[in-house]
Each structure stands twice: as C-alpha cells, then as structure tokens.
Design a protein around this ligand. Sequence first.
Ligand SMILES: Nc1ncnc2c1ncn2[C@@H]1O[C@H](COP(=O)(O)OP(=O)(O)OP(=O)(O)O)[C@@H](O)[C@H]1O
Ligand SMILES: [Mg+2]
Length: 475
Amino acid sequence: MNIPVLETGVILIVDDNPNNLEVLSETLMDTGWEILIAVNGEGAIAQAEYACPDIILLDVMMPGIDGFTACQRLKSNPVTCDIPIIFMTALSETVDKVKGLSLGAVDYITKPFEHEEVLARIKTHLQIRNLTKQLQTHNQQLQQEIADRLAVETKLQKLTQELEQRVEERTFQLSQALHNFQQAQVRLLQQEKMSTLGELVAGIAHEINNPVNFILGNLNHASEYTQNFIDLFQLYQQYYPNPEVEIQQKIDEIDLDFLMQDSPQIMSSMYKGTKRLAQMIHSLRHFSRRDDSVVQPIDIHEGIDSTLLILQYRLKANSERSEIQIIKHYGTLPPVECFPGPLNQVFMNLLANAIDAIEESFITNTNFSKIASSSVHLLSVEDNGKITIRTALHKQGSVVVIKIADNGIGMTEEVKQRLSEPMFTTKPVGKGTGLGLSISRQIIEEKHGGTLSFVSEPGKGTEFCIEIPVLSQKA
Ligand SMILES: Nc1ncnc2c1ncn2[C@@H]1O[C@H](COP(=O)(O)OP(=O)(O)OP(=O)(O)O)[C@@H](O)[C@H]1O
Ligand SMILES: [Mg+2]
C-alpha cells in the first residue's frame, strides 16, 4: 500500500526555558510545520487537549508538574492518549530513558541536541503518526464494511428464515387441504354408496311388502276355507260311505285321504314362509333407514342382524368352500343413541371384509396346496369359515363394544401400516375400492365419537372392535 508521507504537521514544544524554546523553534521554523508552545506541564495538557498536535516535544524538569507526570496524564486522557510524545531532557541516565519510554513516550532526545537529529526524529515520528492515523481510518472503514456486510447477511438470514417459514406454512396448508379434500371425497363416496344401496334395498322392500302382506292376510282365510272343505268331505264320507263309482274313482285318483291330511300342513308351511318373508322385509327396511341426520335410540343387534340378512347370499356354501358360520355372542344392551343408517353401513363394511378375508384364505389355500405345504395356517375345504360377533357393555354401562372377528387370511405388517390410507386395497381392480375402512372410521369416530381398532395376524384372522358411547354426544 503506497501511503503518502505528510509534509505538514503540528508540533507542541514544552519547555520552561525560553532559550531552549527559541533554539528549537528556530530549528523547526523552516520545515513548514506549525509550532505551538507551552512553558509548563499544565499548559501542555491544556493545549494538547485543545489543539490535538501531531507530536509533543516534552521537557522533563519543569516547575509545577514535571514531564513524566504530564506524560502520564496525557496518556491516560482518551483525547490525547494517541499523540506521540518525545522527551527532551538533560537527564541522560538509562534509567530515566526507560522510565520515559515505559510511560508511553515514543522517543527520547538528550540535551544539548543536534539540529539534524531532532529534525530526523520528528520527521520519522510524524510519518509513523501519519501512517498510524491512515491505518486507523482504514481499519475503521474496514470495520464499517464488515458491520455493513454483517447487517446485510443478518437481513438475508432473516429473509431466508421468513421464506422457509412461509414455505413450511404453505406446505402444511397444502397437505391439510389435500387431507380435507380426501376426507370430503371419502364422505361423498360414502353418501353415494349408501344412498345407492339404501335406495335399492328400500325400493325392493317396498315393492315386495304389499304382495306379501296381501298373501299373509289371505292365507288366514285360505286355511279356514280349506279346513271347512275338509270338514265337509268328512261329513259326506260319514253319511254317504258308498259313493257313486265315478266319485270313488276321483277319490282314488286324487288320493283324498293324503290330500286332507297334507293340506293343513301346506297351509301352515305357506304361512310360516310368508311370515318369514314379512320379517325379512322389516329387516330390509330397517337396514335402509335413510334418516341419517338424526340420532335415535336403536337396537344394535337388530342392525347387525339386518345387515347379516343382506349378506346372507355371500355366507352360503359354494364350490370353493363350505358355508360361513356366524357365531353370535350378544350381550344385553340398552338402546344405543346413534345414526342407524351409517352404523349399519359400518357393520356391512366390516362383515363384507371378513367374508372377503375368509374367501381369500380358501383361494390362497387351494393355490398353496397345489404347489407345496405351507407353515402358515390356512383354511382347508373341510374347515369352516367363521365370523364371531360379540357385543358387550363396558365402562359402567356407558360404552357399547362390538367385536367382529374372522378366521380369514389376516393382515401382514405392511397392510396394517397402510390401513389408515384412504383408497388402500389389496383386492383386485373392480372388487375393492379401498374405502370401506376409511368410511367406517369416519362414521365411528366423527359421527359417533367412538373408536375403531383391530388386531390381526397373517394366516390366523382379524378382529375389528367398535366402541361407541351409549348416549350420543351429538344429540
Ligand atoms: N377382516 C380383514 N381381514 C384381512 N384383511 C382385511 C380385513 N379388513 C380389511 N382388510 C384389508 O384392508 C384393506 C382395506 O379394506 P377396505 O374395507 O378399506 O377396502 P376394500 O375392502 O379393499 O374395498 P371396499 O371396502 O372399498 O370395497 C383390504 O383391501 C384388506 O387388504
Ligand atoms: Mg371393504
């Protein structure tokens, strides 16, 4: 760095001897430097504070405070501490020089002094002083630059943090929106699925209801009329034991005795069958209750039974397997305040899943037996698929627990982990939508304030557990 040397400077000469002052002033006069004068220590300190000279030439032995004390005070004053001090004195002992330098002086000139030496020393110290000043300014600039940069960096960091936070917030909002969207989709599909199924069932039940009631009503009359005919024939037989040949032939042809014996039984069977049909219609109508918006006290068992009735056709034996058994362990339950339609839909989803799991177990078993024996326990054709339904009251009668267990294929760890994802299915396209459990969870947790949990083991089966409060919190 090329720093120019200052030719100008302000020199403060401190000496109590006017001769010395004169000699020195003359020596320095031609240099172009500005000369200030003080005749004692106090005056030197006052001038130094006021004029801030570039160098102080300080005598040691003076009346009042001596040069050492003046130096000490100048160095401890923040305004004057940086001004270089050169002692000028007749004291030439090394100990005095050391004392002067240790007090902060930069140099020491002994009297009588050489004209050239004084000039050279002052010039050197002026240059050093100047360089030091420039370095200080440069340092200050550098520090300012660093501080500015730090401020910019801090601002940048703050901005980055703000941006990161905004990105985080946005990401959270987006994922929340996606979640809500998926939930809404599930809800819509649930309503659609339920309304289609409900409408179909309600429609069929309604259409069958009238003719069945008509048959049931007339069957009473029909059996009464049949009995009257039978009584009349018996009377005829009693009073006319030997009928005409043609009549006897007809009696033999139609096997009158068997007819009279069997007719009341046929009537009774027809009555029982039609009565059962009427009950089924009642159940179907119960299942398809569309009053989803109101909480009602209902018989949970009736809900399960009507759902089983709808699924009856799927429980029957087929070429792959024997009939699926339904084992019921129903506890004594009070009427439960709930939304009947949606709750039946949960039973439907869980029971349908249980039937699927049992069927899959048979299929897998057939495939396994074709290739090799497996350590996993699966159902064989002779085995029975079983669905066990348990109901009970827990927590001092405040909570209803419904457990639906199957001995089907069970779930692997991977399936269990992904079960909470809507649209997750292991079933082939067209068979499963992967919505059954999400819909059921929504109905149990959000609509009824309950819980839906499960335990499952691959090859052994699965048990789903519904818990809902007896008294609705939504009423
Ligand atoms: N009882 C069960 N036994 C074994 N696996 C089950 C059982 N219940 C559910 N699962 C597994 O959970 C998955 C998701 O079930 P979910 O009822 O949500 O959908 P899905 O039955 O596949 O289709 P959907 O019910 O919409 O027709 C099923 O594909 C199946 O892998
Ligand atoms: Mg399902």
